[in-house]
Design a protein around this ligand. Structure first.
Ligand code: ATP
Ligand code: MG
Length: 557
């Protein structure tokens, strides 16, 4: 993409800050909370933060925002790192945890107390809420607001020492209970939490700082120049600025908000994604139907195409809902270019060729890519028994059907034209076999005057390899699952996974390894699943060849 196409309001701010000399070097950070796997929305933030750092010769830190230990764990820390790396980004030595700063954060809190800007408050959580007021009514001062500095210091130290139970006391900033911005009505900075084992600091702390207090100070300690976050933090910015204004941090990062990525037909909130996993609705965080990076990887999406998608959607302050077709078409463009072609039959129907000449070649040549000869060609076996797809034959064809019908002709891809002479049924009237004749003159060419419209794929029966193929569809039936307060589970698509256990694939695919991607001609793009073994070949369909969800056609190229 050209520089102008990539430009956005954040890049403009950064360019200006470099031009005016406000900053010599850009530093950004990607700050996930390790309480779930990363999803495609996080990819937008990753591509933005790592992307601007890369383009402006700066650095991007990976920082785990780990102030909420009971929902976090090391599995999530590790999956996040794997996913950022897979997307193609490198944080070098700059992996941090907000918990690395717990000691400094504590000292800054004492500094606020010393300056008369923080106090220990004994109101219960419920009373704290009641005192806070509403959007239309100012709050009221806590009865503990005017404790002396000494008393606050003493109580805060004893909070740290573990003298008080959970909820008994909290440290609050002393700002303004009448502020029109509720975030500034003496927000809580520290809470008591006994008995949690933090994945990084173990049992060292029974006092945990809030996100709003931790984030700005962590940014400042790391020398972050531009702290890029999503729009829901816009109202928190005054608090962000207040925190770095009143403690002795080395610099003053600037928070800039942009709109989150919302994508049709899926959900992105970690709470809902956790529910999909915990209730067994999906088979795990890396289920290919999940919008997680791990799920998209298993589904067959490429890191380059996800990055490209993030560039195409751009970065603005406007809330929007992006069409799934835009993501899928970006992936399709990439796979169309790079995935080698192969043949697989998903619903096999046996075809016996009754007149295959004795001297017919046992191996045929097939191009691996129609537009890229550098991808080479392969040999595919051809014999007198084949499989074609059940859906490529109709006894009574619907209008416009161009494939095989009784007495009709069709071309076998990379091979001959055949004609269907006989249809064989079992005792229930099920079609079990077709008897066909080949036209020996048609191998790889159409003799003059012959017009055969349909081309179908096939697999040689004698050397066919069995495979299990999973066909995925969108996880939800509606563009905005759970809209209007409905339970999002009511919007699940019951056909989001179809497993076909009886497929056949051409023998060149027998050696395909997990992660290999193919276009199965006429069927779509597929990837070998990580659980695939030579004994049990498993493929996941990434996407069909075309967008089958009509609505997205407008943006199809
Ligand atoms: P939750 O979904 O539970 O609210 P979160 O999305 O805030 O969590 P974090 O781990 O805190 O999850 O997010 C890390 C970073 O990714 C944050 O800077 C956040 O703003 C950004 N981010 C999260 N979701 C999106 C999204 N849909 N689009 C763009 N950026 C996002
Ligand atoms: Mg968050």
């Amino acid at each position: 993409m050209s520089d102008t196409a990539r430009s956005n309001f954040i890049r403009q701010i950064i360019s200006e800050d470099l031009a005016t000399g406000k900053h010599q070097r850009i530093r950004t950070r990607f700050p996930p909370e390790p309480n779930g796997y990363l999803h495609i929305g996080h990819a937008k933030s990753i591509v933005l933060n790592f992307g601007v750092a890369e383009d402006y010769g700066g650095h991007c830190n990976l920082r785990f925002d780990d102030t909420n230990p009971h929902k976090e764990n090391v599995e999530f820390v590790e999956s996040i790192q794997a996913d950022v790396r897979w997307l193609g980004y490198d944080w070098g030595e700059r992996r941090y945890f907000a918990s690395d700063y717990f000691e400094s954060l504590y000292e800054f809190a004492e500094e606020l107390i010393q300056k008369g800007l923080a106090y220990v408050c004994d109101l219960s959580a419920e009373d704290t809420r009641a005192y806070r007021g509403t959007l239309t009514e100012p709050g009221r001062n806590s009865p503990y607001r005017d404790r002396s500095i000494d008393q606050n210091l003493d109580l805060f130290r004893r909070m740290r020492a573990g003298e008080f139970p959970d909820g008994a006391r909290a440290l609050r900033a002393k700002i303004d209970m009448a502020s029109p911005n509720i975030n500034l009505r003496d927000p809580v900075l520290y809470r008591i939490r006994h008995g949690v084992i933090h994945h990084q600091t173990g049992r060292e702390w029974c006092l945990y700082p809030t996100y709003d207090y931790t984030h700005p100070i962590s940014d400042a300690l790391e020398g972050i120049t531009h702290s890029l976050c999503t729009l829901e933090f816009e109202d928190h910015r005054p608090l962000y600025d207040w925190c770095i204004e009143h403690v002795s941090v080395p610099c003053k990062p600037r928070q800039i908000e942009f709109s989150r990525l919302n994508l049709e037909y899926t959900v992105m909130s970690k709470r809902l994604l956790t529910q999909l996993v915990e209730e067994g609705i999906c088979e795990g965080w890396d289920d290919p139907r999940m919008p997680t990076i791990a799920g998209l990887r298993r589904r067959g999406f490429t890191p380059g195409s996800i990055r490209e998608f993030c560039q195409r959607i751009g970065v603005t302050k406007a809330d929007n809902l992006v069409e799934m077709g835009l993501l899928e078409n970006t992936i399709r463009e990439d796979l169309d270019q790079h995935a080698p072609r192969a043949m697989a039959v998903l619903h096999p129907l046996k075809v016996v060729l009754t007149n295959l000449p004795e001297n017919a070649p046992a191996m045929l040549q097939a191009q691996n890519h129609p537009k890229d000869s550098a991808m080479g060609s392969r040999q595919i076996p051809f014999g007198s028994t084949l499989y074609i797809d059940r859906t490529d034959f109709e006894r009574v064809p619907p209008k416009g059907f161009k494939r095989l019908v009784p007495g009709g002709e069709v071309r076998l891809r990379n091979a001959y034209v055949i004609r269907c002479d006989e249809v064989i049924e079992d005792e229930h009237g099920e079609i079990v076999e077709l008897r066909c004749s080949v036209d020996a003159d048609t191998l790889g060419k159409n003799p003059e005057g012959r017009k055969v419209k349909g081309v179908i794929h096939w697999v040689d029966a004698a050397q066919a390899v069995r495979a299990e193929i999973r066909l995925y569809d969108r996880l939800f039936n509606v563009p905005q699952p759970g809209a209007g307060g409905r339970d999002f589970r009511n919007d699940l698509n019951p056909n989001s996974l179809r497993t076909l256990t009886n497929c056949v694939i051409e023998p060149s695919l027998a050696s395909a390894k997990p992660g290999d991607r193919y276009q199965f001609e006429r069927e779509g793009y597929f990837i070998v699943d990580p659980d695939s073994t030579p004994e049990r070949q498993l493929f996941n369909r990434t996407l069909t060849l075309r967008d089958t969800w009509g609505k997205a056609q407008g943006i199809r190229k």
